[in-house]
Design a protein around this ligand. Sequence first.
Ligand SMILES: [Zn+2]
Length: 232
Amino acid sequence: MSKSLEMALRLFSPKGALHEPSPGNVSNLGRDEFLGALQAAAKKNPQGYQYLMADHLLDMEATQELLAHFSETLGSSEAAGMAMAILLRRPLPDQLDRLVLSHPRYDKERRRAAVVMEKAKRAHRAGNDHEYQRLLDERNGILGLAREYCVAEMMQSGRCPHCNGTGLRPRKADECPKCHGTGRVVPDAELVSRHFGVQMRQAVEHAVEEVIHQASDLARAMDRQVREMRVA
Ligand SMILES: [Zn+2]
């Protein structure tokens, strides 16, 4: 990422207000000048700007705006969700079920649920239906909450659950085969064609590339502007 863009994003970040721009070759420009340059560049690249805000600052509003943009372009809100996941390098909805099973937190809770299930079976054998139902609900509750937690964690962090984001296979310490050593969940674009056909997959990839392209245009425009202001 370009230095001037990084600086501008830092001003927007929650901690930005506390952090004055660090000393460096661009610090002689003030906060307002940075934001002005960013605004000008963002106007020409609105989706590129939303992408940067969503990706670097986890900005909800920018995420919603991008989703709406994808929905309109692709004519499907479901495909829009997939485009969003690919853009932000997050798992696609269809991948989540499998990923949840290898999440360490889920594994732990699954064992806890199994203990409760044993008790439930015992109650059932003893003819205690009320207790059986209660324990069954408790076990389903444990699994449901664990799933919710793991999905939220993976969507937020983008960490590969197999290697916990290290990129190394647990205990073997060689490359994690699931994320190919990146430590990130790899969105499986193949699922788009399986769901919607090849044409939609191409449309999704095109829409995602367009947004990434806009973001790099924005970064270049920022650099140019900042350079011009420094000369002036
Ligand atoms: Zn991994």
